[in-house]
Each structure stands twice: as structure tokens, then as C-alpha cells.
Design a protein around this ligand. Structure first.
Ligand code: GLU
Length: 311
């Protein structure tokens, strides 16, 4: 087993960051925190900040959610650079990347159903799913048809130098397994779309929720095999409830409703370890953002995975 260090810990020159919400529901406090953290870090570094709607997973997309999220961001006074990019209009880019990987033998067709994988492995992957045992690596079995395409991964330990969470280590083969890039239902996987889009949009500094930390090494591996640069990464703590569960639609996260005051933005900044004087409550949005950009310090963001906000 060899070791690999792939990413530098600080953003390079010409900072280009982004916020990439999935339109599976309205913006909730957890996604507001990711928006605030990525926005402030980009602007405090004199960088650009892009918005990308990640609707590549069509069955999970809720009609109207994308426009609702954009409206909410506008109401909070976020200003993004350039046009909003929408993944569902970029399927040809994901196709081209998959073909490149196919030509290089980096991916292989897989015929396994979920129950076949369950029968073949007792191991769990980092994200709680089943660790794919590599059954189709050497070719499809007799009479089997391809359902999905999987990325081959090496038995190697990768080291991610995260700007907030510090060093994370992951062995792709032992902890993740060969992962799906084109799903059995014909949908491109998030892992492929995010890597292609970040590179195509020249994003070089990623600030997002820590729930994606486990995905990062997969993304670094894809970047490497596609010959794409690896951005810097900063994974923010995520909002958890008192039971330690991530705030999401499943745990009844409520939509954030922007109001004229800055209460929610102040809460998001405090959640990220920044100290916010109460006078900021009533100032104009423009003044609030000017001040927030001037005081932002990523070093103050707690290097923990989940925080249950005080009520
Ligand atoms: N679309 C993902 C989400 O809303 C974020 C992906 C990313 O930032 O890489 O959770």
C-alpha cells in the first residue's frame, strides 16, 4: 500500500469559489451556513464566487426549488459572479468525461444489483452504503448486461489537507470501493458532475459542508485520472440536531425566510465561530456584508464536524 498527498492547504492565486446547492427543497439554515462560509471566504480573499444548481440527480430534484433558492440568496444580498450554471443542461460534459475514462480503462461496466452486492460483501463503505467488492472488475459474467459504470480505485492511502478539518486520510479501495459514475437509472453521479463542473468553471477553492468530506478523496482521484487540477478544500461544520443528526429534509429542516434584519446571517456567522456584535442586526445588507467580509477569519471556524446551534 502506498501513500499519496495530493492537495495543498491554501487557495491559489485568483481565488474562484462557489456555492453548489442541490434543489431538493428550499434553502435551510444548513445550506445558508455553507453559502455564507463560501461567500465570505471568496470575497475576503478578493475572489470570485459562483453559484451552480446541482440538479444532476433528476429523481431528487423538486420543481421550483432552484428558483426559490436563488431568490432567497438574492434576498439575503449575496452577489454571485457570472451566470448561474445548471447541471441538467450540461450532461454532454459529463458524457465526454465518462468517455475519456472509458477509453483509458479507468471505468468498467457493472451488472450487479444491490442484492447481489449485499450477498457478495459484508463490508460497509465510509458513507454507510455497501462496499463494492469488485465483482465486475475483471469483466461482466456470462449473460450479464451492464447496468452502471464504475471507477476503478487503488489500494492507496490518500491524504487530504483540509483548510478547516486538517488532515484526513482515506484508503479508496478499503473504505470506498470502485464507485459509480453512471447509475443504473441512466443518471450521472454527483461525484463525476461536481469534478467536471468545478474544473470547467475553473473553481480552485472549495468551501462546503463537512458531510462531503468523505467524498473528497473520490473527487481528487477523478481529478487526477482526468488530468484536472485539484482545488483547495475547506469543510465547514454542519448543523446537527440535539440527537447529532444532520439538518436535512429528512430531519425536518425548515426553510429560512429572509427578513430585512440580519438575524439569520448573524446566526450563520456565529455558527462558523465568528464574533458578531449585536449592532449588526439592524444595519443595511450592504453594510453588513462589507463588515462581514472585512472580519471573516477561516481560522476561527471550529475544526469539528457537527454543531447543534444554541436556541
Ligand atoms: N450539491 C451538494 C449539496 O447541496 C453540494 C456539493 C458540493 O458543494 O460539492 O449538498
Amino acid at each position: 500500500m502506498s501513500h499519496f498527498a495530493l492537495t495543498g492547504a491554501s487557495p491559489s492565486n485568483g481565488y474562484r469559489g462557489r456555492f453548489a446547492p442541490s434543489p431538493t427543497g428550499p434553502l435551510h439554515f444548513g445550506s445558508l451556513v455553507a453559502a455564507v462560509g463560501s461567500y465570505l471566504d471568496a470575497r475576503a480573499n478578493g475572489g470570485e464566487w459562483l453559484v451552480r444548481i446541482e440538479d444532476v440527480d433528476e429523481p431528487r430534484t423538486v420543481p421550483g426549488a432552484a428558483s426559490g433558492i436563488l431568490r432567497t440568496l438574492e434576498d439575503f444580498g449575496f452577489e454571485w459572479d457570472g451566470e448561474v450554471v445548471v447541471q441538467s443542461r450540461r450532461l454532454d460534459l459529463y458524457h465526454t468525461a465518462l468517455v475519456a475514462l472509458q477509453l483509458n480503462g479507468e471505468v468498467y461496466p457493472c451488472a450487479c444489483t444491490r442484492s447481489e452486492i449485499a450477498a457478495a460483501t459484508g463490508k460497509r463503505s465510509v458513507d454507510g452504503g455497501l462496499l463494492y467488492p469488485g465483482s465486475c472488475r475483471a469483466g461482466l459474467g456470462e449473460g450479464k448486461a451492464a447496468r452502471a459504470w464504475r471507477m476503478r480505485v487503488p489500494d492507496q492511502e490518500f491524504i487530504l489537507d483540509d483548510r478547516i478539518q486538517h488532515q484526513t486520510r482515506q484508503n479508496l479501495e478499503r473504505e470506498v470501493g470502485d464507485f459509480v459514475l453512471l447509475r443504473a437509472d441512466g443518471q450521472y453521479a454527483y461525484q463525476l458532475a461536481v469534478v467536471v463542473d468545478d474544473a470547467e468553471q475553473r473553481v480552485n477553492a472549495i468551501v462546503r459542508g463537512v458531510d462531503l468530506l468523505d467524498s473528497t478523496v473520490r473527487q481528487m482521484w477523478l481529478q487526477q485520472r482526468l488530468g484536472l487540477p485539484t482545488p483547495s478544500y475547506a469543510h465547514l461544520p454542519v448543523v446537527v440536531n440535539a440527537a447529532g443528526e444532520k439538518l436535512s429534509k429528512q430531519t425536518q429542516a425548515t426553510a429560512v425566510e429572509p427578513s430585512a434584519d440580519n438575524a439569520l446571517l448573524m446566526s450563520a456567522m456565529r455558527f462558523l465561530g465568528q464574533s458578531v456584535p449585536s449592532e449588526m442586526y439592524g444595519v443595511s445588507r450592504a453594510d453588513f456584508w462589507r463588515w462581514a467580509i472585512s472580519v471573516w477569519s477561516i481560522a476561527r471556524v471550529p475544526a469539528v464536524q457537527g454543531i447543534c446551534p444554541a436556541r
